[in-house]
Design a protein around this ligand. Structure first.
Ligand code: 0A1
Ligand code: ZN
Length: 878
């Protein structure tokens, strides 16, 4: 039996405010190779209105308690109760000082939560519940305290000692040791605590704020990575400027530090004044990072910086409110990326990600609302739903309120709740007030899971010049939510005339207007909108800019789609039309339907994009990329990933052949001339040229194979080198093997680049990919302890190579399950994430479903499974 209910779930409805406040905490760390001692001195007081008999409970996990003093008195073993979850002191005064001594072994901490070692350094990760692995504490986000932290360590090995806030004192101690004291003036929850100690290179710079204060910026990396932080530094300055200009928010400490670590469970962490980053999102140089890596660094640097207000100054009352900080911060990050680059390309990429990562989650047994209402392990809820659907929800406020009211609302929210731990309702209420709107129904986006589907039908009355759009909204059942109430959905749309011109949008009863895009507000299960004054039947352009996270269903003809691809004034809608056309053609192949005219339609549509006079190379690259396999799979009741791969690759090969001359021209025309540069035109050129190269690799012509090899060997940057290498990894000839060997030889000492070598092979479209993954997992450079390496082999394979992972033998599933079980003993958080592809079993054909469930069952039955993995597999099997 698999019953996650056996393991205690935390419920939103059980929330009670903290019984004790921590006015101040003074921490002292003595770091050592065998063990680390932590002394915590806290000033605690009973919260107003709390029963004077309420015992004090402190969370604690995997700790050795060495001593405990209450107001200076040592407590004896029967003065308190110690369990696996923490420590309870039955009777305490209303105000008191508590001193706790704990002993840790960070070098054995493979879970990478709490205090651990990465390479030669010590570092921490406290979100969500890692602080309790450092000391006993009320480890919940609604307990905010003033922290001072002293770190003492060997001076030679750990010359750099960092924590939150400002360094206020330092000194030498016995035995070649030294210490530094840090003081953070801003009260914060324990999840924002951080500590770093190591022998680190520091890249310093300065930033002058809008009000003229100087802020020191410091990026710390291992010495081997010196010289690769320039892009991150510039990105940080751009983010600081952008937040001042857009939201009027200025940084609030004198120093901002970022440390890059090679072993990290997630992308990065917004600890107050001391961000800790996965090296992947800090380090970037042209030889080692792709254009996409450069962009990701800028985005994540922005994301963590923006958390300083949305998350740190105003934080979450409890972890159910996670999207309060994450949805809002992802949205702010998206706005920043849009401002730094092309908004249309950014939007397309956001939607691609939403559809490939969030929609499948929303359709799986793991589906949960943006504000979940129960969890066994909170780490399992750092999900695509909470983050990116959460950001879509914030974007809808923006659409409904307009930019000005939206910004004012965010500012008012930050002022009103500064220094507090609040809820999603607090945010919604402030936005509703500022925008002068009733957002009660809008609140359902937080409580109802599932992706709504809009079915749109239309009718044209030529005599009356009247065009009617009828919209039905539905949302499928999700676990625990059989029936849904209608959502409040902003539907941005326009109407396009037969000559390609945008038509005016006048609803019945309205005066003449100029708008050619407008936002219809859906609030009922079924609604009709009647447009007047139309001389001809228009083609509707629906869900412009992807104005809501929904699935749109309107019966376009192939010709309508081709027409919108050329004429729609909304860049997102143009892209979408092209994608839908490609989806249809590929799916017909999946169903064994081969229409001669299909290829011709796509060929003409693609040629049209390339011949467009105002060609934007980066938009063209998006439009000419075939829809992802995961997205294609979602269009089918039950998917056969092998058939999808075959159909998609078939279409690619035919498009390659039919347009071979064009691809060759595009390739030579858009390959940037001269040395590598990080500027929009050069980036767009590389994208389009590499897309063309991708098609050319499928022509089967020797000259094209050689082109790929030549690019690999001649590239002066990682974008071009990796683009060629990933095409070579789809082959298994001698030239391909030589390139893979060369890459390994060249980069085996640079972990982030070696990750790429693993990744391209794990994602290879070659039929032998599964066998190759098996041998990669035995490769001496593979390491189950390092999350980046795990993600680049196991994650890339199970999420990024559906045809191989879903091999009908079931070998892919078995291999995944075996590794999840091994990983669970080291790092449950990452193990649980790796299990997610199995949770989507319902989407596949019956024989595959069977094997997937068998593997889930096998995991579920393993002894001493972590809560993390247990929750994922048991929910998947419910
Ligand atoms: N708050 C971080 C993400 C993060 C979450 C959990 C972590 O460890 C379990 C680490 C980082 C962000 O949104 O960037
Ligand atoms: Zn975040």
């Amino acid at each position: 039996m698999t019953d996650h209910k056996q393991r205690a779930a935390v419920k939103l409805s059980d929330y009670t405010p903290p019984a004790f406040r921590v006015e101040h905490i003074d921490l002292y760390f003595s770091l050592g190779e065998e063990y680390t001692r932590v002394r915590s001195r806290m000033r605690l007081c009973r919260a107003e209105g709390t029963d004077p008999h309420t015992p004090l409970h402190l969370d604690g996990e995997a700790l050795e308690l060495e001593a405990l003093y209450l107001d200076g008195q040592a407590l004896a073993i029967d003065d308190y109760l110690l369990t696996r979850q923490g420590l309870t002191i039955e009777r305490v005064p209303d105000r008191f000082e508590l001193e706790v001594h704990t002993l840790l072994r960070p070098q054995d901490n493979t879970a990478l939560s709490g205090l651990y070692r990465s390479g030669g350094m010590f570092c921490t990760q406290c979100e969500a519940e890692g602080f309790r692995r450092i000391t006993y504490y009320p480890d919940r986000p609604d307990v905010l305290s003033r922290f001072t932290t002293t770190i003492e360590a060997d001076r030679e090995r750990y010359p750099v000692l960092l924590s939150n806030g400002n360094a206020v004192d330092r000194g030498e101690s016995e035995g070649g040791r030294h210490w530094v004291r840090w003081d953070d003036p801003w009260p914060k929850p324990s999840y924002l605590f951080a500590l770093v100690a190591g022998d680190l290179h520091c890249h310093r710079d300065r930033y002058r704020t809008a009000s003229g204060r100087d802020v020191q910026l410091a990026f710390y990396v291992e010495h081997a990575n010196a010289g690769r932080t320039g892009h991150a530094m510039e990105s940080l300055k751009r983010a600081m400027r952008w937040d001042e200009e857009t939201y009027g928010l200025e940084y609030d400490l004198d120093i901002y530090m970022v440390v890059a670590v090679g072993d990290f469970n997630m992308g990065a962490m917004e600890n107050k004044g001391l961000n800790i980053f996965n090296t992947q999102y800090v380090l970037a140089s042209p030889e080692t990072a792709t254009d996409a890596d450069f962009e990701a660094v800028e985005a994540v640097i922005g994301h963590e910086y923006f958390h300083n207000y949305t998350g740190n100054r105003v934080t979450c009352r409890d972890w159910f409110q996670l999207s309060l900080k994450e949805g809002l911060t992802v949205f702010r990050e998206q706005q920043f990326s849009e401002a730094m680059g092309s908004p249309a390309v950014q939007r397309i990429q956001q939607v691609r990600l939403l559809r490939s990562a969030q929609f499948p989650e929303d359709a799986s047994p793991m589906a949960h609302p943006v504000r979940p209402d129960a969890y066994v392990e909170i780490n399992n809820f750092y999900t695509a739903t909470v983050y990116i659907k959460g950001a879509e929800v914030i974007r809808m406020y923006h659409t409904l309120l307009g930019d000005g009211a939206f910004r004012n609302g965010v500012r008012r929210y930050l002022e009103r709740f500064d220094g507090q731990a609040v809820t999603i309702e607090d945010f919604l209420q402030t936005m509703a007030e500022t925008g002068g709107r009733d957002l009660t129904q809008f609140g359902r986006w937080y409580t109802q899971a599932g992706t709504p589907r809009l079915r749109v039908r239309d009718a044209f009355d030529a005599d009356a010049g009247r065009y009617t759009l009828r919209v039905v909204q539905e949302c499928p059942p999700t676990p625990g939510q059989p029936a849904k109430q209608p959502f409040h959905i902003p539907l941005a749309m326009g109407l396009v005339g037969r000559d390609g011109q945008a038509l005016p949008l006048r609803l019945a009863g309205e005066p003449e207007g100029q708008a050619t895009t407008r936002v219809l507000e859906l609030t009922r299960s079924e609604q009709a909108f009647v447009f007047e004054g139309l001389a001809e039947r228009p083609v509707p352009s629906l869900l412009r800019g992807f104005s809501a996270p929904v699935i749109l269903d309107y019966d376009y003809s192939d010709d309508d789609l081709a027409f919108l691809l050329t004429h729609d004034s909304d860049a997102f809608a143009r892209w979408e039309a092209g994608q839908q056309l490609a989806v249809r053609v590929i799916l017909r192949r999946v169903h064994g339907e081969r229409r001669e005219e299909d290829l011709d339609k796509l060929r003409r549509a693609f040629a049209g994009v390339l011949e467009h006079p105002g060609l934007d190379a980066s938009l063209a690259a998006e439009a000419l990329a075939l829809p992802q396999e995961t997205y294609l799979a979602q269009q089918l009741e039950q998917a056969d990933p092998v058939a999808i791969r075959a159909a998609r690759e078939g279409v690619r090969a035919e498009l390659a052949g039919a347009l071979a001359a064009t691809w060759r021209t595009v390739y030579s025309r858009y390959r940037p001339q001269g040395p590598w540069r990080l500027e929009p035109a050069a980036i767009a050129g590389r994208r389009l040229a590499n897309l063309a190269l991708g098609y050319l690799a499928a022509t089967g012509a020797a000259e094209d194979d050689e082109r790929v090899e030549r690019q690999y060997h001649q590239a002066d940057n990682m974008t071009d080198s990796l683009a060629a290498l990933s095409l070579l990894a789809d082959r298994d000839d001698a030239a391909a093997q030589a390139a893979l060997d060369d890459f390994h030889q060249r980069w085996r000492h640079v972990p982030l680049v070696l990750d790429k070598w693993f990744r391209v092979q794990a994602m290879s479209r070659h039929p032998g990919a599964l066998a190759r993954v098996q041998s990669l997992l035995r490769h001496p450079d593979f390491d189950l302890h390092n999350p980046n390496r795990v993600r680049s082999v196991i994650g890339a394979f199970a999420q990024g190579n559906p045809a191989a992972f879903h091999d009908s033998s079931g070998e892919g599933y078995r291999l995944l399950a075996d590794h999840i079980l091994r990983l669970d003993t080291l790092n449950p958080q990452v193990a649980a994430r790796m299990a997610l592809p199995l949770s989507k079993w319902q989407r596949y054909d019956l024989p595959r479903q069977q094997i997937m469930k068998t593997e889930l069952q096998r995991i579920a039955e393993a002894p001493s499974l972590s809560n993390d993995v247990y929750e994922v597999v048991s929910r998947s099997l419910e």
